[in-house]
Design a protein around this ligand. Structure first.
Ligand code: AKG
Ligand code: FE2
Length: 297
């Protein structure tokens, strides 16, 4: 009897994602097979098209209660960080008129829970570390391999938007972001984006300004739901999350990967985002190590 229970508790390596990822719809454990290749192809096409792919119910309905509870339990530990930011996360430019996008600042108040609070038995951490998942993400973003962060706070993050919190219009500073919604707010919290509104052809400040002024003709809008996985290239696509409305918070998990192994974010950033540092950041401060922070914030 004891053995039977133990055998049940430890899943064989090739069954790790069973029950927590819909492997029928998303055969990421069989990427070399015909269905796996077709999935990669479909995602790559969507990303090439407008820089965004959403895999609805990546976590199956049967696991959604558990998924939602994971971030619900963690959200009271969120550190809130308030800033005013323009779409470029840059300083204002006094040489430009006040209506110019570089001078358009909006409130960005956001809560973050650092990865060291997220247990190894959670669905979200099991997905984050999974080799098949990493291989899948690498394939669709066009990398040979991607690497987990060596940063114990920024590797896996819960982003909490309580009532009134938003991600105002911005471009990301990193290439791509992998996120999963785990809890939906009663209202608001909608992801909107203007695909490739800027690019090698230029900044298109006029186009950006129009959107800031309320023009919606270039916009796409996504109603994310718990269990949906999103991969988004935000460098050239202006995007935002509208303010969360109502008492129910919006929760999103950020799965952070880098092109190179060993990435640790700057200690100042850890303090700003999470309100604290991990030993790795304290060691960096002691040793005077400076590293590039390629996270978008
Ligand atoms: O939470 C989201 O859906 C996207 C947030 C975002 O744009 C960002 O973190 O840069
Ligand atoms: Fe973003």
């Amino acid at each position: 009897m004891r053995n039977a229970i133990a055998a049940k508790a430890v899943k064989p390596l090739d069954k790790r994602l069973e029950g927590i990822v819909d492997l029928d719809a998303y055969p990421i454990d069989r990427l070399d097979g015909a269905s796996g290749k077709a999935l990669i192809e479909r995602c790559r096409r969507q990303i090439a098209d407008d820089g965004c792919v959403v895999l609805k119910n990546f976590v199956p309905r049967t696991a959604l209660d558990r998924l939602e509870r994971e971030t619900e339990r963690l959200s009271p530990e969120a550190h809130y960080n308030q800033t005013e930011t323009n779409p470029y996360n840059s300083d204002p430019d006094d040489n430009l008129p006040p209506e110019h996008p570089k001078n358009r600042f909006a409130d960005r108040t956001n809560g973050f829970v650092g990865g060291d609070r997220i247990g190894g038995d959670t669905i979200i951490r099991q997905i984050y570390h999974d080799d098949d998942f990493k291989r899948f993400i690498a394939a669709i973003v066009g990398e040979d391999t991607i690497h987990e962060y060596a940063d114990p706070l920024a590797d896996l993050v819960v982003n909490v938007l309580r009532e009134g919190c938003q991600h105002p219009w911005h471009f990301d500073t990193n290439d791509f972001i992998v996120t999963m919604q785990t809890r939906r707010s009663h209202g608001g919290g909608t992801f909107e984006y203007a695909p490739n509104i800027r690019g090698p052809q230029g900044e298109n400040f006029e186009g950006v300004q129009k959107i800031l002024d309320g023009d919606r003709s270039e916009l796409k809008s996504i109603d994310l739901e718990p269990g949906d996985l999103q991969v988004f290239f935000g460098r050239n696509s202006l995007h935002r999350v509208t303010p969360a409305e109502g008492a129910k918070e919006r929760h999103t998990v950020i799965f952070a990967y880098a092109k190179e192994p060993g990435f640790v974010g700057r200690p100042e950033r850890a303090k700003r985002i999470f309100g604290r540092m991990a030993p790795a950041h304290e060691a960096m401060l002691r040793e005077g190590v400076k590293r590039r922070d390629n996270l978008s914030d």
